[in-house]
Ligand binder design. Structure first.
Ligand SMILES: [Zn+2]
Length: 132
């Protein structure tokens, strides 16, 4: 089971990688495309900056690339080997999946990338409240 303290918990719940409590994105739904990339400047719970340095998220493109390749390989294997689809139906399926999952992969990539650099601190919340 996923729980606080695990990176996957932060990644799949869109929670701050430092305290695993604060929400990273202003709008919880990635399919509200206007707000898809809007993040809290700092974690609302522990104050950890969501963008450690300017243009930080350029690196998230590589994570997005990795997720997309994994998605494509997995989908291809199921489409070709399990469902027996031909080339064009498989390409259509991949294109459709990319459009449908695009906003979700975008966010997943950002959170994953942030998790490479920011680590869980079980005392982050109490440290932040001491500062106030
Ligand atoms: Zn936090």
């Amino acid at each position: 089971m996923l729980g606080k303290g695990q990176k996957l918990y932060s990644i799949f719940t869109s929670k701050c990688p430092k305290c695993h409590e604060g929400k990273l994105f202003l709008d919880a739904n990635p399919y509200h495309l206007k707000n898809m990339d809007k993040m809290h400047g700092n974690c609302p719970v522990c104050g950890e900056p969501s963008e450690p340095e300017p243009n930080f998220y350029y690196g998230a493109m590589y994570v997005s690339y990795a997720y997309t390749v994994a998605l494509f390989v997995g989908t291809y294997l199921v489409a070709a080997l399990v469902l027996g689809l031909g080339m064009w139906p498989t390409i259509g399926l991949l294109a459709g999946l990319l459009v449908v999952l695009g906003p979700y992969i975008f966010r997943l990539s950002r959170i994953t990338y942030l998790n490479f650099f920011v680590h869980y601190d079980p005392e982050a919340v109490s440290k932040a409240s001491n500062k106030r």
